[in-house]
Write a protein that binds this ligand. Sequence first.
Ligand SMILES: [Mg+2]
Length: 173
Amino acid sequence: MEKYIPDIYQKNIFSIDYMKLKEKGIQCLLFDLDNTLVPYSAKKPDDKIIELFSQLKELGFCVILFSNSGKKRLRPFKEELEIDCCASAKKPLTQNFYRILKEYRFKEDEVAIIGDQMMTDVLGGNRVGITTILVNPISLKESIFTKPNRMLERHMMKKLRDHDLFFKGRYYE
Ligand SMILES: [Mg+2]
């Protein structure tokens, strides 16, 4: 059950204390796209996200878009945010997490994943031992591929709550 518990839980990507991550030794941020950065319906990043990402790069973070969506969906984000990306990441499988660690030469304790799903972002990240940061989904609208995951997630959240391990809306870092 512990594999589903994020190291950090915040309301959204703007309420994360990135300076604190930096101080902890995090050098690389893997961002989920859908419902983490933008709603599923958005085709490109808005100004607030462009601004945040330029600040993150100024802080010295290596920022990578790490999404289960395909290349075509990611392209406008990759271009406007000027960041690397890994499409079809197949979270929660671990192979692409390990590929990034190897390719960019980061250790597990230097990388964090930020995403809105326990069953993909958090589980995948915890399996490889990187820092996992859960945020609330931006919108209730989901891709049809996400719906079964959300059902499992609701079940898991209830189980975690019954064991006093995780509470929706109770943020921590
Ligand atoms: Mg997502």
